[in-house]
Write a protein that binds this ligand. Sequence first.
Ligand code: SF4
Ligand code: SF4
Length: 125
Amino acid sequence: MTKVAIIRCEKNEERCPLTGCINCLMAGKEGFAEYQDAVPAGVFTCRCPGDNVANLAKILKSKGAEAIHFCTCTFAAKTENGWKMENGGFCDHVDALMEQVHEATGLPCVKGSAHLPEGYVPEKL
Ligand code: SF4
Ligand code: SF4
């Protein structure tokens, strides 16, 4: 069993209740495919400009998280042809946030959750 936490973006918090993220986590699919049986460790919402993300990550670790994922919508956007990375997602500095999370916790930090863009392999720190 792997306890997996998610950090989502405030820009999407009133439009998506993480349905796809949670379903994929529980099913071990998409961004969570590397886990045999993942269970949710918790969810936090990042707020611009993300100054508090390291503290959020430390709390997630204290609650038992063994890995922390950033939502796919932070770096990809939905188009009529599916989710694409070309124009980015909600966050233009999610890579820097991932580094902060990884440095603050020592935990694997993974870029991706649900509906991965075609051909994209989740980046991991
Ligand atoms: S990745 Fe998809 S399911 Fe997860 S919060 Fe973003 S839009 Fe919602
Ligand atoms: S810093 Fe990035 S991930 Fe965090 S709320 Fe702002 S846009 Fe979203």
